[in-house]
Structures are given as C-alpha cells and as structure tokens.
Design a protein around this ligand. Structure first.
Ligand SMILES: [Zn+2]
Length: 412
C-alpha cells in the first residue's frame, strides 16, 4: 500500500476550521450547539461528503461519516475525536483526530485500498464540559455511561436544558436512540495531541496510549462560624477558611505521598463567604479534582481525603460536608489495538513510546463498548487549551500515516 498523506491540504483545513470560532484568531472558542458550532459541523460534513463518506447524525449530534466496507454488515472500525473547543482554546485539540481521521480515510482511498469492514469517522458531541458541565457528553450517551433521563435534565448556565438546546439546534430524535449496540465497532482508534510535554521532551514523535486516567470530582463545603474580625478572639474562632486551608494541604499531601506520579489532586476552586476583609469566613466551598490510572488507588485517595476531612473538622470544630460529583473509572486500552498501532509504527519505521493519557478523552467511554487505543502526537511545550497550542505539520502527517495503516490493518 502506497500511502500519500496530503499534508498541505490537511494543514489548510485545520486553519480553515480554526476560523469558525467565537474568539479572534489564533484563539478558538467553539461551544456545543452555538451557531458557530453548527457552522463548523456543516463545514465538516460537506468535507466528509466530498470524500464520498455517508454521513448521519444522531439525536445528540454525534456525527458518523462512513466509508462502507465490502462486508457492509460487519462491525465497523472507528476513528475520530471532537471539534468543540473551550473558550480561548487552540486549533488542534480534538481537531487533529477528526480532520486527521478524515485525511487517513482519503489517503487510503487514493492508495487503492478497499476495506472489508466499514471505516467510520466519529465526531463526538461536547467532549468539553463548557456548556452542560459534563465532559464527553456524546460518548457517554453512545456507551450507555450516562442515561438519557440524566442527560435530558442537564442545563446550561442560562437554565436551558440539553433537551431544549439540542432540539433548537435541529437534533430532534429521542436520546434513547443514541446508545450504540454492543459489537457496533470492531475497534476504535483516536488520534490526539498529547496535551503534555513527554513526547517532545523525549524526542519521540508518537505515543501509543495504554491506559487513560479518569477524574473524580468532589465538592466540599466547610461550615464554621463567622463574626467580627476585631471582636471575636482567637481562642473562640471556628474559621472556615483556616479549616479549608488545612484540608487543601492535606489533599496535596495525600496525592504526593501515595507513591506514584500517576496520582494527581487539585483544588481548583475556593469560594469564601462572606468574603469581606473584616469578617471571619463562615463558609467555604472547594472543588477537588483527583485523577489516577488505577481505580483502586484513586478510591484509596478518596478515602484518605475523607479521613483528613473528619480529623480537621473535629480539631477545628467545624462541619465539613463532601459531595462526590462524579467518579469515572480509568480504563486499560485493548492489547490488540495497542499491538495494531505498534505494528504500524514498526512497519513505517517510526519510533514510539507506550504512555498513559492523563487527560481523559471520548475513548475512555467508547472503551466500555469496543476495543480502544489512542495515538498521541507531540504538541509544542505540551501546551493545550490555549491559543498558542501547536502541533507541527510533519508530526500531524506522521500520525495520520500511522492511523491510516492501523485502520487498514484492522478493517482488512
Ligand atoms: Zn480533546
């Protein structure tokens, strides 16, 4: 097979899609079901149809673009990612897997290859949690990880429900129809920028993902006693912020001392009430994000945080409540897909490393219904979710070549 990836066209398409944005270039903002998102979808669908793919969209707006194989009823081989972007993001996150997947299919077509299993490009709706507060909306529904009834009541910051918003955007079917039957995909491969610095640091152009970490998030409320910053003497205080500060450091310590760099914990939000210079903080809300590649270890971290919370509450005479917002399980990628990707790298004489994905992706959820692995390409300085996010054309093209080889091998 003589694969000839059209790097220049692919780079041009990435640039073009980046201009369909609610932020001035080079920043990209594309929030699900906004007019800009709908415009980007139409642009993309036109490109898929030009490539001869059969396009359908499901009731939550996941886009399927299929190159029908000679055995049309055999399970398909899937690839794809997302095109939504958080406010003020870059051009490559998700897009490299979508337009790169499209170019992989086109280059296979040009080479004369004809698949037995259909090859399908899948563009996931709302990988980013920006609008509805939950990431990977499309892939959660596809895999049955989120029930249609729970999805229906999700709402954006203006109080509009997913049900209203998607219907207004033209997606009218029932959410119950989104879940894919088991066996729909024979295999799924997602190409993505690394969003971390390891490939660049190690000067390796490709990473094959063996495990995908998953987050658990907690909302913690600390209730102490407020009062006048002058009037209440130190021995009498039950300062909620001081208790929260101890807890934040305890959380950091739990993650730092659990014996692996694969565990990370972050307190990203700290809201203090009443928030006045001369008032003792009476109440604090924290949100905590804990990620790990091992479910057992992550659950152990959650238990350690609970123990710290109870000890601090008792010592400082405050009440600390904890609410688990979500706790997705990490996943192991499928050995046969990891092998298929490694074989393609070896065949094309491209060095690669096996690595962990510390960010989570739609593949995390698709792994619950199909064998999955991911292919990472380097991004400059590991930067992502910012306007100067950058992946070099040669790195993208190399990734597309390996992706195309792998899809061809899997679709036979
Ligand atoms: Zn992404």
């Amino acid at each position: 097979m003589n694969l000839d990836v059209d790097r220049d066209r692919l780079v041009r398409e990435i640039e073009e899609l980046a201009l369909i944005s609610d932020a001035p270039a080079p920043a990209v903002t594309r929030i699900v079901f906004t007019p800009t998102d709908l415009k980007a979808r139409a642009w993309l669908i036109a490109r898929c149809e030009q490539a001869g793919l059969v396009v359908r969209q499901d009731p939550v707006g996941n886009i399927f673009a299929r190159w029908t194989g000679s055995d049309a009823i055999a399970p398909a081989v899937g690839t794809g990612s997302h095109i939504d972007a958080i406010p003020n993001a870059g051009r490559f996150d998700g897009v490299v897997g979508v337009l790169g997947g499209l170019e992989a299919i086109r280059s296979l077509g040009r080479s004369g290859f004809r698949p037995k299993h259909s090859i399908e490009l899948l563009v996931f709706t709302s990988e980013e949690p920006t609008r509805f507060g939950i990431g990977c909306l499309g892939s959660r529904l596809l895999s049955g990880s989120l029930s249609p009834s729970a999805a229906r009541v999700l709402a954006d910051k203006d109080g509009a429900s997913l049900e209203e918003v998607r219907k207004k955007a033209g997606f009218k079917g029932e959410l119950d129809k989104v879940e894919l039957p088991r066996g729909y995909y024979k295999a799924f491969v997602e190409m993505h920028i690394e969003q971390g610095p390891l490939l660049e640091r190690q000067k390796v152009p490709l990473g094959i993902v063996t495990r995908i970490a998953a987050p658990a998030s907690l909302r913690i409320s600390v209730e102490g006693a407020g009062g006048h910053a002058g009037g209440v003497l130190m021995p009498d205080r039950r300062d909620a912020l001081c208790a929260a500060a101890e807890l934040i450091l305890a959380i950091e310590n739990v993650a730092k001392t659990c014996g692996t760099i694969d565990t990370v914990a972050t307190v990203g939000i700290c809201e203090v009430f009443p928030g006045a210079v001369n008032s003792i903080p009476s109440r604090v809300h924290l949100t905590v994000d804990i990620r790990d590649t091992s479910l057992e270890r992550r659950d152990a971290v959650l238990r350690d945080i609970q123990a710290a919370r109870e000890a601090i509450a008792a010592k400082r005479q405050v009440s600390i409540e904890e609410n688990l917002l979500n706790a997705d399980a990490p996943t192991e990628c499928a050995p046969e897909i990891i092998e298929a990707l490694s074989d393609s790298c070896k065949k094309c004489k491209q060095p690669f490393i096996l690595m962990v994905s510390r960010a989570y992706h739609d593949s995390l959820f698709i792994s619950r219904i199909a064998p999955v692995a991911m292919l990472f390409i380097p991004c400059w300085n590991g930067y992502s979710h910012r306007p100067d996010e950058f992946a070099a054309p040669e790195d993208i093209a190399r990734g597309v070549t390996i992706l195309a080889e792998t899809l061809a091998g899997l679709a036979g």
